[in-house]
Design a binder for this molecule. Structure first.
Ligand code: ZN
Length: 343
């Protein structure tokens, strides 16, 4: 089968489009004929690698996949060859205390498909049946793959970990990016009163507005913290979503009302920075981190997508053979929505 693989950690020069043997499936797995696989920033971090990440090379990238079942393991129930499915990218053991409590994204053996084990940038993938969700005929493979990781992540962050309530004001720092696009839509669906979005370009802000943001701040026009403060009548917001990190965290904390929550699932500008603890305790602030989501979160948020209440934002669909070029484009950052590969 054809696949986009990483030969060793390094740069995008270490990627290649190659032939590999088809994967073998275990008794509780299915063989997925991949019809669509979506890119995430996670793919770029896996290319670089980090201490503690140990991969078998060549490693197949790609955390988001949808397709048709080509074979089923002997213990698989409820799915058959020919079924259209989409895959929850969070892997969990099913046995530890967290898993038994339905908190699979805290699993002792937590893994992400494409990060720790082979992913979906290939014609075929072996996937645990417990991660599958039946895909209705009216939803395309590309839409489903584009939605999976970012929607389950944004849902868990805002609704489960962040306990967003109707009537609260939300600030999303960053207008591009899949998690932010999902967060804007989910905040709207959850009944947020005002959704403020800080973005770098008019085009990205226009897209944020189309997804449900109602107050846009262009950070290229000056101090966005001041602009937010003015826009909120000098009160700040209840909830900030900040996945930018080092460049914005301090201003994000200052944008919160007393008792506010800062939610984070990542850090595109760097993970290490200083905090002024006086802001935290004196203003009763909470910082909430989370990553990925549970199977229940996944089924809930994908159900909303299938019902047309949330939309995947797809920028471009490429053939799998152009996967390396698509990753180069993601690295350059000139994208407004998800990039999808079709084997
Ligand atoms: Zn577990």
């Amino acid at each position: 089968m054809k696949a986009v693989v990483l030969r060793q950690h390094g740069t995008l020069e270490d990627l290649a489009y190659v032939d590999l043997p088809a994967p073998e499936i275990g008794p509780d797995e299915v063989l997925l004929e991949v019809k669509a696989a979506a890119l995430n920033r996670l793919d770029l971090w896996v290319v670089e690698g980090w201490p503690g990440l140990r991969l078998d090379f060549p490693h197949i990238l790609g955390s988001d996949g949808a397709g048709v079942i080509a074979a089923v393991g002997e213990q698989v129930e409820g799915f058959q060859v020919g079924d259209r499915v989409v895959v929850n990218p969070t892997l969990s053991c099913g046995r530890c205390d967290f898993c038994r409590a339905g908190r699979e994204n805290l699993c002792d053996e937590f893994k992400i498909i494409g990060e720790h084990v082979p992913g979906f940038f290939a014609q075929l993938a072996a996937v645990p049946a417990r991660n599958l969700l039946a895909l209705p005929d009216h939803v395309s493979f590309a839409e489903a793959a584009a939605a999976s990781l970012v929607f389950v992540t944004a849902w868990h962050m805002l609704v489960v970990a962040g306990r967003l309530r109707a009537g609260e004001d939300v600030l999303v720092v960053g207008a591009g990016g899949g998690v932010n696009s999902a967060a804007i839509q989910i905040a709207r669906l959850a009944g947020a009163r005002h959704i403020y979005v800080v973005g770098s370009t008019a085009a990205k802000l226009a897209q944020a507005e189309a997804l449900g943001a109602d107050a846009l701040i262009n950070r290229s026009e000056g101090d966005w913290g001041r602009a937010l403060y003015a826009a909120t009548g000098r009160r700040g917001v209840d909830v900030v979503v900040d996945n930018v990190g080092a460049a914005t965290f301090h201003t994000s904390l200052r944008s919160l009302k007393k008792g506010g929550r800062l939610l984070t699932v990542g850090n595109s500008t760097g993970p290490r920075f200083e905090l002024d603890n006086r802001y935290l305790f004196a203003r009763h602030l909470t910082i909430i981190g989370s990553t990925m989501g549970t199977q229940r979160d996944y089924e809930t948020v994908m159900g909303l997508l299938f019902a047309g209440r949330l939309q995947a934002v797809v920028d471009t669909v490429y053939p799998l053979s152009e996967g390396v070029e698509a990753l180069r484009r993601l690295e350059r950052g000139d994208v407004a929505g998800k990039l999808v590969l079709e084997p």
